[in-house]
Ligand binder design. Structure first.
Ligand code: MTE
Ligand code: MO
Length: 204
């Protein structure tokens, strides 16, 4: 028998499945960061992306070179440690695994990564966490170029970690043989940052 209420309950519980403990769903797209929003008047001159550390040799991409790399689109949920989650966000960019095919080979010693952003913001991750299918260097959100507030011209996207690991205004990727804490990790946030395990603070 048709029961509209049952359908609605099911829809809600399907969604709650996707919301990690202690999080609420927002339809908005909050803007959150430390410091100010970088303003680029000429990205070709003012922006590049560098990789260094445990790879055969350092490499640099201009804006144009980076935009020539093959892209993918993913739909995923994002979770901020301040407790908002946003479902079904769509991003376009270069998958991290694909990106690795366009830089000099990593040394076997490369096991950790630090994302370096404008103004000294950093986020650290194990290399393995970046090899997931849903990790990308993203430059479009919902089909549009990222807005300055959300990270134009490039941000890291690591959906399986709290969103502070998804560094906006990305300028560098450093490969390391050991772990080194990033900006929030040094301030007592959890190094692993898995929303499903509610790893918010260092001692969680
Ligand atoms: N460069 C930089 N990236 C950053 C931050 C920051 O302060 N600086 N804040 C992080 C945090 S805590 C969150 S929740 C997300 C917010 O991304 P949004 O503003 O696009 O929602 O960016 C992350 N990336
Ligand atoms: Mo955050």
């Amino acid at each position: 028998m048709f029961n509209p209420f049952k359908r609605k309950d099911q829809a809600q519980s399907d969604q709650s499945h996707r919301v990690p403990p202690g999080q609420y769903v927002t339809e908005k797209f909050p803007v959150l960061h430390y410091g100010s929003v970088p303003k680029y008047t000429n990205v070709e001159e003012q922006w590049d992306l560098r990789c260094w550390g445990e790879l055969a040799e350092p490499v640099r991409f201009s804006f144009r070179e980076f935009r020539a790399l093959p892209t993918t689109t993913i739909k995923t949920d994002i979770h901020c440690v301040t407790r908002w989650s946003k479902l079904d966000t769509t991003w376009e960019g270069v998958s991290f695994r694909e990106f690795l095919r366009h830089i000099p080979p990593l040394k076997p010693s490369a096991r950790f990564v630090i994302a370096h952003s404008e103004q000294g913001y950093t986020a650290n991750l194990p290399l393995e966490a970046l090899l997931d299918d849903d990790v990308m260097l993203a430059y479009k959100y919902e089909g549009q170029e990222l807005t300055p507030e959300h990270g134009y011209p490039l941000r890291l996207l690591v959906p399986k970690k709290y969103f502070w690991k998804s560094a906006k205004w990305l300028r560098g990727i450093e490969f390391l043989d050991h772990d080194r804490l990033g900006f929030w990790e040094r301030y007592g946030y959890n190094n692993n940052a898995d929303p499903w395990r509610e790893e918010r603070y260092a001692d969680d």
